[in-house]
Ligand binder design. Structure first.
Ligand SMILES: [Zn+2]
Length: 500
């Protein structure tokens, strides 16, 4: 006799279906799991036998073989305890009326028969929901159901409950679970609570609107970190598609509690981070910060202090929105479309630009420090600014300033303008020189002005393209159809590279 059902495991960040086949025959009592199950999968047989016994199902004189298909792929984690127990119960004849073949289930069993939640539940269901008729899951995953309204979900927290469902599915009532409230703005700082720095806030508003990568420079303690932490609160909320992508990544990484409702994620790795920590890796694959910042913000404080290979590895996500990771079985590609928010001091000791402290660095030290900002990366950063140290008077009596939700509103409107111009999910930051020429509606007088700047100040064509993209965003923030000279003048303020 054979029974089959659907379970799941992970290949890196990607959930994969596992066909669980169980065969029982009379003979010396044995329990074998074959099909490249890793240690924790194989150890499951002790948990499963004990949990079944605790639920009154004794495997007397039974030779049980469990096959996990496809047999040539490793399965790890504790996801398969419940589907294996489920198929064994089916074979024991307790589930006469339920066809378990197209049921997806997961959960870790305890020796007493209780079923524990697993990490990655959302990612598994997102990947497999079209292939299944019913989902059986621990009730701790009840929040998953709101994303899959058409799916029949049965919650079980103990094998007793699974048995009750299998014996009489129509009469089974899932245990109720209080719904977790999804909060917004739970941890981020409101823009209005950051004192002073009007120009920096304005630049971040422009950056959020056009998805321009940002560089903030200045001596330590001027407020770069504070601004970075407040930044997610002015970004538009994630739409359903972005939310599902991000939830899948965080679910598979066991980090779902780090998400704040619809607010884009913010990752702020330390400059001692390793390359695998940033791009992802390890034997049990972990997502790196590039992928965890997908659809959100990657804040790299003390940017030139990051390892050279990390700074170079940024090129691929900044250009393609993905990161490639080499693993034993080949090259894997993971999503990594984020906004880069880089921050740096002006010199290695940090005191340069601080009127109250003296810089101890030589000219060579400073040159070497800034050389780490390689050209291809700096070419991707559209806006940058040197932050001044706040005078005490401004800290003590802050002037009135706009709240995050007010700015977010303006940013959302500017994004709508860009969608109309470039198409869904496209922003000014992605526009090429030809696209700007065709669709950005740059006023002839503005073009003449740009020509003057290129002639007199010898700015490169690349940097002028950046200025045009940013000027287009500034015009979009004002819902202005054409790019005027005043927009270009403002955009020119957000470029510090030439001064360095
Ligand atoms: Zn210095």
């Amino acid at each position: 006799m054979i029974a089959t059902t659907i379970g799941a495991s992970f290949d890196g960040l990607l959930p994969m279906p596992v066909r669980v086949e169980v065969c029982a025959s009379k003979g010396l009592p044995t329990f074998d799991i074959v099909g490249m199950g890793q240690v924790e999968v194989k150890e499951g047989k002790q948990r499963i036998c004990a949990a079944l016994a605790a639920s009154g199902i004794v495997l007397k004189n039974k030779k049980i073989t469990v096959n996990l298909a496809p047999a040539d792929v490793r399965k790890s984690g504790v996801y398969l305890d419940v589907p294996i127990a489920l198929t064994v119960m089916k074979l024991m004849g307790v589930a006469a009326d339920v066809d378990v073949e197209n049921i997806l289930s997961f959960g870790e069993l305890s020796l007493d028969g209780s079923i524990r939640p697993v990490k990655g539940a959302f990612a598994i269901v997102e990947q497999l929901h079209q292939e299944i008729s019913v989902l059986i899951a621990p009730s701790a995953h009840a929040d998953v159901q709101s994303y899959f309204p058409d799916l029949t979900v049965i919650y079980v927290d103990h094998l007793h409950q699974l048995l009750a469902y299998l014996q009489n599915p129509k009469a089974y009532a899932s245990p109720s679970m209080p719904k977790k409230a999804e909060s917004n703005f739970a941890n981020s700082i409101d823009f209005s609570s950051v004192r002073g720095h009007h120009q920096a806030k304005r630049m971040l508003t422009v950056a959020a609107a056009g998805k321009h990568h940002v560089m903030l420079a200045g001596p330590p303690g001027v407020g770069k970190t504070m601004l970075a932490k407040a930044f997610p609160s002015i970004m538009p909320n994630m739409d359903q598609q972005a939310l599902r992508e991000v939830k899948t990544i965080y679910s598979a990484s066991g980090l779902e509690e780090h998400l704040l409702g619809l607010q884009p994620p913010l990752r702020s790795p330390h400059h001692h981070a390793t390359l695998p920590g940033m791009i992802g890796g390890g034997t049990l694959f972990r997502a790196g910060d590039f992928t965890l910042a997908h659809q959100g913000i990657l804040f790299m404080d003390e940017f030139p202090e990051f390892r050279r290979d990390i700074i170079e590895a940024l090129r691929e996500p900044l250009e393609e929105g993905v990161v490639q990771v080499r693993r034993a079985k080949g090259l894997y590609q993971y999503p990594a479309r984020f906004m880069l928010l880089a921050a740096m001091n002006l010199c290695p000791c940090g005191n340069l630009g601080d009127p109250t402290a003296e810089c101890a660095c030589s000219q060579t030290d400073i040159m070497r420090y800034r050389k780490k900002l390689s050209r291809p990366i700096m070419d991707r950063i559209d806006v940058s600014l040197i932050l001044p140290k706040m005078p005490w008077s401004k800290v003590w009596t802050p002037s009135e300033t706009q709240t995050s939700s007010y700015i977010q509103n303006i940013v959302v409107k500017a994004r709508e303008q860009q969608q109309r111009r470039w198409g869904k999910n496209k922003t000014n930051a992605m526009a090429s020189i030809d696209q700007l020429k065709e669709k950005a509606m740059i006023h002839p007088q503005s073009l003449t002005y740009i020509q003057e700047i290129v002639d007199t100040k010898h700015y490169s064509v690349r940097s002028m393209v950046k200025v045009l993209r940013v000027a287009r965003t500034i015009a979009d923030l004002q819902l202005h159809p054409t790019v005027e000279k005043r927009h270009i003048v403002e955009a020119l303020q957000y470029r510090m590279k030439e001064e360095l």
